[in-house]
Design a protein around this ligand. Structure first.
Ligand SMILES: N[C@@H](CCC(=O)N[C@@H](CS)C(=O)NCC(=O)O)C(=O)O
Length: 243
């Protein structure tokens, strides 16, 4: 090909193109959000999000107030969307957006990190179905755990003999329906659904070690999630807290 000299208008065109590319490059950089996750000392309602971020190596600030009695927490409480934590501060350029409600935060981070079940709408919906199922499985446990100390024992017995067994049975079956239960809940990769299952069962097993003895697939899934390299590191290094 002949190497032709550029005429001045071509030169201008090149410069315009260069400018445009610079602008776009700038924008692309700006649109990667910076994240700050604010919560209290424990795992609680922030841990699913923390684990997804750790697994995906997405950097974030992990801000923790020691308790909800903390004076610094109280001083910013009313600035939060619902006066509660967790809150995820998403910063893009100079703009900060506060996202409250743990489920909304989990959804956003799952989308951001590609842990939402991929492009298929049905798979993404199944991720939501499993995640909401975990909430159903866990809520009575949490109520008993945080409730009246005197009623805790009998309430837990009732819970583990009924709702826990029923829901773990459903979960085991759902897990089995994907790749025979040897992988994850949805598709071929770990998603928000598996992380939620892991987080809930971590707490349940801390209370009752043998809880999953009749649910071998679920039990293996919990171990599988805990063994994913970045998650294994996080479990080891995260603050050791009672809940
Ligand atoms: N539905 C909300 C509940 C949030 C919530 O109950 N947060 C508690 C801590 S787990 C809280 O902020 N308590 C302190 C306060 O209300 O001052 C969510 O899932 O994020």
């Amino acid at each position: 090909m002949v190497d032709q000299k550029k005429n001045p208008s071509e030169d201008k065109g090149d410069k315009k193109q260069e400018k445009k590319e610079k602008k776009t490059r700038g924008k692309k950089k700006k649109s990667t959000p910076t994240l700050k996750l604010t919560y209290f000392g424990g795992r609680g309602r922030a841990e699913t999000t923390r684990i997804m971020l750790k697994h995906s190596e997405f950097p974030f600030e992990d801000i923790r107030f020691p308790t909800d009695e903390d004076a610094s927490w109280k001083s910013i409480k009313e600035e939060q969307p619902y006066g509660q934590l967790p809150v995820l501060t998403v910063s893009v350029g100079d703009e900060n957006t506060l996202i409250a409600q743990s489920h909304a935060i989990e959804f956003y981070v799952a989308e951001l990190t590609g842990m939402n079940g991929g492009r298929d709408l049905l798979d993404r919906t199944r991720v939501q179905m499993i995640s909401h199922g975990v909430d159903d499985l866990y809520e009575d446990f949490a109520r008993a755990f945080w409730g009246d100390e005197k009623e805790k024992g009998p309430k837990m017995e009732l819970y583990f003999a009924n709702k826990f067994l029923k829901f773990s049975g459903y979960m085991e079956k759902l897990l089995k329906s994907n790749n025979g239960g040897k992988g994850f809940f949805v598709g071929d990769d770990v998603t928000l659904a598996d992380i939620k299952v892991y987080v809930a069962f971590f707490e349940l097993l801390a209370y009752r070690k043998e809880a999953l003895k009749d649910f071998p697939l679920l039990s293996a899934l919990v171990d599988r999630v805990a063994s994913l390299p970045n998650i294994a590191v996080w479990i080891k290094e995260r603050p050791q807290t009672p809940y």
